[in-house]
Design a protein around this ligand. Structure first.
Ligand SMILES: Nc1ncnc2c1ncn2[C@@H]1O[C@H](COP(=O)(O)OP(=O)(O)OP(=O)(O)O)[C@@H](O)[C@H]1O
Ligand SMILES: [Mg+2]
Length: 457
């Protein structure tokens, strides 16, 4: 019986979600940083060119014949014109009076002023203006000359828009890449967990070996507890198997003694009702000792299938030997045993177990057959698989209950008068499953046809 785990959330989804969110925040910060940096650099460049123009104009200003003379250096303004298509404006004031240039340029002391620079609306657009002052002495009177050079900001804005576009694209690219990496990293990070789950769930129901493969450090505690759990389970299973084997063994010997005594008593007793009672007693003893024997066998089979040791087994030889051993029992009831083999099938397996399985099947065929009938065994290969087929004329399995007959302690209606415990076919099935094969039950003609299938070796 397997119980599905109670699922709450998913490590994969959580990791991917957090990593993708982190990437998005990082990408946004990156884009903002790039745009901000670009704006500062572009503004600094424009500012320093504007200031260089202002300084060079200031440098050319002299006092000639008691007048301030301005010799506008063409180079100073062309420097600005070269940088972009932007328009350039200038203004020169002497003690606040316009000497030359555009009088309506914004006041250098307007709000937003920072270290001689100001950004202000002008001529239906926005300009950046640099301003510097110099004291000149005209006829002994100090006069303050103020030079301002301004430039529109379209070029700068265009550059910034371009940088923003590129920055945005880089940001989106970074985000996509980071998200992709997050998914890949999460997948590969969770792979050991998936591998472990796969390895454990692929195991057969009886595979109680510890988990051996190397696992990452973080999973070591999980694997250690899993292994110690498997250990405890194996120990308690083997204890119960041992217990059954021991109990069966202890019961069988005294049962045998009691049966012998009952047989001796039967010979001495004459009264029919006493004889019937003793016969009943002998039958009950037979049932008990058969059950004890089958339980013992079942425990042995369980133990050996847990530690399956494989060797080459020739099925025809194994069958012949078994038939020789069972012949006396069959002869007692005039049942003919025949074997027919083709192709010398050889399988990899535990001969003791295979023999036990076949003995249980043959034992059934003999037990459920009427006297004077035949049991035929066929050994061969088909479709790469090896098989041993046992057919009898005992009326077949009870219709409808066929699939149940390999379950523990299951006995059919037809088993009424026979001694048995319902473990024979269980043992045979478990042996075949441990070998990677299967046991099939069919009704053919007037009897049962039981086949032991072994995988190709
Ligand atoms: N060859 C057969 N022909 C008809 N019925 C069979 C045959 N083999 C098995 N059965 C039916 O299948 C049932 C289960 O068989 P199984 O060998 O597991 O138990 P059993 O023979 O009753 O007891 P035991 O454990 O002693 O073998 C039997 O009780 C019987 O009803
Ligand atoms: Mg049986």
């Amino acid at each position: 019986m397997s119980r599905a785990a109670q699922v709450s959330g998913s490590i994969r989804r959580r990791l991917i979600g957090q990593l993708v969110l982190g990437s998005a925040v990082l990408a946004a910060v990156l884009v903002l940083l790039v745009i901000n940096l670009a704006r500062n650099v572009a503004q600094d460049t424009q500012d320093s060119i504007l200031m260089a123009s202002v300084t060079s104009i200031l440098d050319t200003m002299t006092v000639r014949d008691g007048e301030i003379s301005v010799d506008l250096p063409y180079a100073a303004l062309s420097m600005l014109g070269n940088v972009s298509e932007d328009r350039v404006f200038y203004r020169i004031l002497a003690d606040g009076q316009l000497l030359t240039g555009y009088d309506d340029l914004p006041d250098p002391g307007a709000p937003g002023r920072e270290g001689g620079y100001v950004t202000a609306p002008y001529a239906e657009t926005e300009i950046r203006m640099a301003t510097a002052e110099r004291r000149l002495s005209v006829g002994g009177t100090p006069i303050m000359v103020t030079v301002s050079v301004a430039q529109t900001r379209q070029g700068l804005m265009q550059t910034l828009a371009q940088v923003s576009r590129v920055g945005g694209a880089v940001g989106v690219g970074f985000f996509v890449l980071a998200a992709l990496l997050a998914v890949l990293t999460t997948q590969s990070g969770l792979r050991p967990l998936r591998d472990l789950a796969g390895a454990v769930s692929r195991r057969g129901p009886k595979d109680l070996r510890p988990v051996k493969g190397p696992v990452p450090q973080e999973m070591a505690p999980l694997v250690t507890s899993l292994n110690s759990f498997i250990d405890r389970l194996r120990y308690s299973l083997s204890r119960s198997e041992d217990f059954i084997a021991e109990a069966a063994h202890r019961v069988r010997t005294p049962l045998f003694t009691v049966r012998t005594q009952a047989e001796i008593a039967l010979r001495r007793v004459e009264r029919p009702e006493n004889r019937a009672a003793i016969k009943e007693m002998i039958r009950a003893l037979d049932e008990s000792s058969r059950a004890a024997g089958q339980l013992l066998d079942h425990a042995m089979v369980t133990f050996r299938t847990d530690h399956l040791e494989k060797e080459k087994v020739r099925l025809d030889e194994l069958a012949e030997e078994l038939v020789d051993r069972l012949r006396p029992v069959a002869d007692l009831r005039d049942i003919g045993l025949s074997t027919q083999s083709a192709g010398n099938p050889v399988v990899q397996g535990d001969a003791v177990l295979i023999e036990n399985a076949l003995r249980n099947v043959l034992d059934n065929a003999i037990k459920y057959s009427a006297t004077d009938s035949d049991v035929a065994m066929r050994i061969g290969q088909q479709g790469g698989q090896s098989f041993i087929e046992v057919r009898d004329h005992a009326g077949g399995f009870p219709e409808g209950a066929l699939h149940r007959m390999t379950e523990r302690f299951a006995r059919g209606d037809n088993a009424g008068g026979t001694v048995g415990s319902g473990l024979g076919l269980t043992i045979a099935r478990e042996v075949l499953e441990a070998h990677g094969g299967r046991l099939t039950l069919e009704n053919k003609g007037d009897g049962a046809c039981v086949t032991l299938w072994f995988p190709a070796s």
